[in-house]
Design a protein around this ligand. Sequence first.
Ligand code: SF4
Length: 191
Amino acid sequence: MDDLIIISNLNDFIFCPASIYFHKLYGSEDTIMYQSKAQLDGTKAHEKIDNGTYSTRKNILMAIDVYSEKYGVIGKIDMYDENKKLLVERKKHVNKIYDGYVFQLYAQYFAMLEMGYIINSLEIRSLDDNKKYKIALPNEDDAMFKKFENLISEIRTFDLENYNQDNIEKCKHCIYEDACDRSLYRGGVEC
Ligand code: SF4
């Protein structure tokens, strides 16, 4: 399949489909130029994970690459506890469980199942306040599972040429606002 979806892009697509284009464009450049402070803090939290510095326990797998042929998604998991059969995604600070967080976990979950792992539970953790949020498995939450599948189809059929953002608030808080020709708020001015 040549139209693989990067798992971290699921959340970006929900925020604004056009942002995926910029994410790809600037993703390999010096991220400091394009990331907000909050995102950089989040990236630092993930650096620990990606460098495998968080845990040396053998039953904890971290930052492994995963791929689902069925959904055409590819990415990395954050942490998997083999003893508990628990898949965890840690974030710097969670004040709300956004759908995008859940869909990222779902994508990782389906990829890991295809790769032969067993997962009995899903969890999102907020590192700042050490809170844990249990997330229902896709087969326990039909509505979210349908939304996940719809999101995957929507991304596959998305047409950037004909897309226009209609929520100026999103552009005001978007890190790509300066570079984006669809922004409704360029250089601090409403367009
Ligand atoms: S500036 Fe606006 S239209 Fe452009 S990527 Fe950001 S949110 Fe989307």
